[in-house]
Write a protein that binds this ligand. Structure first.
Ligand SMILES: N[C@@H](Cc1ccc(O)cc1)C(=O)O
Length: 321
């Protein structure tokens, strides 16, 4: 099975700009694609993990990943899909968080010559000149379209500042910059990023007369429609100092029966045939499926030994209860 069909079968694709083209490009390993990560905390979380896994899947199919750290966009803060106003981060916090992200990402993605590359948009965004940017790019952003963008929907009722409204321009500029400097022809991101990504493809089309593509990943939601990867204590982090390997294991081991196969499909690297066979499982077998999910993910994020240990501790705990 080619990579595009695998992504479909795993339920990972939400929206695409041009299905046939994207299919063609990623199946033949001709994409140089990027995903941006804003340094909003000092650790990556489950949503980031999904994006990194997607990068890995595409890299395994011969495509070239560009990881973009949002050391520049972090100065603004993406309002997409958020109801609340983000607090502004200091330059020190932004840099610290970028360094934390970098360290964690190196565990998942192979960087180096002919492998993945990492860039930081602080390198080009922070030196932009305001008037020059407005003259160069401003005409490519129809405000009437921007105001209709899905990502601002909730904000238009509650208030959207000019600062946040400009976020889309920055992300679009990134794509335009990476297209020109790295031959980047595709952008991936969470489904809440769709409008920002279209801003970029449109900018490239208007400024350069070229086609560039965008695809979003399905947001991980449970059967009740709530975003997954959150506990009462907050996000499920990848940093073992913030979420221990046991807590991480426990989170996945305790998810709802209705969600377990979907998560295995979307998040693990187990072969699809093996997952399809689990589709018929019911009752106590679903417990076994949860064990598979928790084990596989703990192994990927932490390591095999930690996964084994968490599994044992969990079993002992549930026998005692
Ligand atoms: N806006 C993205 C991060 C991002 C930043 C810069 C980009 O060019 C692309 C993506 C997010 O909040 O998840």
């Amino acid at each position: 099975m080619k990579i595009y069909d695998e992504l479909v079968a795993r339920g990972l694709i939400a929206q695409v700009t041009d299905e046939e083209k994207i299919k063609d490009i990623i199946n033949s390993g001709n994409a140089t694609f990027y995903i941006g990560f804003d340094p909003t905390a000092d650790s990556l979380h489950v949503g980031h993990f999904m994006a990194l896994c997607l990068m890995k899947r595409l890299q395994m199919a011969g495509n070239k990943p560009v990881v973009l750290l949002g050391g520049g966009t972090g100065y603004i803060g993406d309002p997409s899909g958020r109801t609340d106003l983000r607090s502004m981060m200091s330059p020190e916090t932004i840099q610290h968080n970028c360094a934390c992200f970098k360290k964690q990402m190196e565990k998942f993605i192979e960087f180096g010559e002919n492998k993945a590359i990492m860039v930081n948009n602080a390198d080009w965004l922070l030196e932009l000149n305001y008037v020059e940017l407005l003259r160069d790019m401003g005409a490519c952003f129809p405000v009437n379209n921007m105001l209709r963008a899905e990502c601002y929907k909730q904000r238009l009722e509650k208030g959207l500042s000019f600062l946040e409204f400009n976020y889309m321009v920055m992300q679009s500029y990134d794509y335009y910059y990476l297209y020109q400097n790295y031959g980047c022809n595709m952008q991936f991101g969470g489904d809440d990023q769709w409008s920002n990504m279209l801003g970029g493809t449109e900018l490239i089309r208007r400024k350069l007369g070229k086609d560039a593509y965008a695809m979003t990943i399905t947001l991980l939601k449970n059967s009740q429609g709530n975003k997954m990867g959150k506990t009462a204590k907050g996000a499920v982090w990848l940093d073992p100092n913030k979420t221990t390997s046991f807590e991480f294991y426990q989170y996945w081991r305790n998810i709802g029966e209705a969600d377990v196969l979907k998560c295995i499909r979307m998040l693990t690297f187990l072969p699809l045939e093996q997952i399809d066979a689990m589709d018929q499982w019911e009752g106590s077998q679903l417990n076994e499926a949860k064990e598979v999910l928790a084990y596989e993910l703990t192994k990927l994020v932490h390591d095999e030994e930690k996964a084994q240990k968490a599994k044992t501790v969990y079993e002992v705990g549930s026998v005692r209860e």
